[in-house]
Design a binder for this molecule. Structure first.
Ligand code: 5RP
Length: 213
């Protein structure tokens, strides 16, 4: 099966977790785009969605799904999002689409995180996918130097400004055997807005195509 078909199946399978009259947290990316399309079919059963990016907001609104402010409706029952890598403990690398900060906020504010992926995202150890880190622009070089001290190789994604007006460093070369510890350490660096490691708050359910882990 193609990766696109697996993404569509995962997006559609996540609809089973949506409860009537709820507000759904919605992530970002090509897998989530399938989820949003499927959500449109049941839009009369939900109150609306909290979006993690301008991209998802646009698609939700195009389908006539109301986009709500997290401050007004949180905490949420459900957050659905994709990932760039997923390990056997349901810990994730996210941020390939540069939406990691809002994704992390909505995930943290949700009781259940259903992660939807195709099988190419499954890994034994995180780190083959370069780890995205959102930084305050003036701190880019400082953060990069601290990462180099930790034997990471940061590359500035210089064509990207996040929805929050910040920049992204993609860190190559790490084999992340203790993602909880690395997430905590990176969060301490001044100028880091958020880290694309979702380890402390990983996924609760992972759907690989329509297969549940
Ligand atoms: C965006 C993300 C996405 O969930 C991640 O990049 C996966 O994207 P896709 O579903 O297109 O493979 O973290 O910031």
């Amino acid at each position: 099966m193609t990766s696109s078909n697996e993404k569509r199946l995962a997006g559609e399978a996540a609809i089973a977790y949506v409860e009537d009259d709820s507000v759904v947290g919605v992530g970002t990316g090509s897998t989530v785009a399938f989820f949003i399309d499927a959500l449109a079919d049941i839009k009369d059963r939900i109150r609306g969605a909290v979006s993690s990016s301008e991209q998802s907001t646009e698609q939700l609104k195009k389908h006539g799904i109301e986009v709500l402010d997290l401050n007004a409706v949180g905490p949420l029952d459900l957050y659905v999002d994709g990932a760039d890598e997923c390990d056997p403990h349901k810990r994730l690398i996210k941020g390939g689409g540069a939406a990691l900060t809002r994704e992390k906020i909505v995930a943290a504010a949700s009781r259940q995180f259903v992660c939807i992926i195709d099988s190419s995202k499954q890994v034994d150890v995180l780190g083959n996918f370069p780890l995205p880190i959102e930084v305050i622009p003036m701190a880019r070089s400082h953060v990069a130097r601290q990462i180099s001290k930790l034997d990471g190789h940061p590359v500035w994604r210089d064509d990207t400004v996040t929805d929050n007006g910040n920049w992204i460093l993609d860190v190559h070369g790490w084999r992340i055997t203790d993602p909880v510890a690395l997430e905590a350490e990176l969060n301490q660096i001044a100028g880091v807005v958020s880290v694309g490691l979702f380890a402390r708050r990983g996924a609760d359910v992972v759907l690989v195509g329509d297969r549940k882990l």
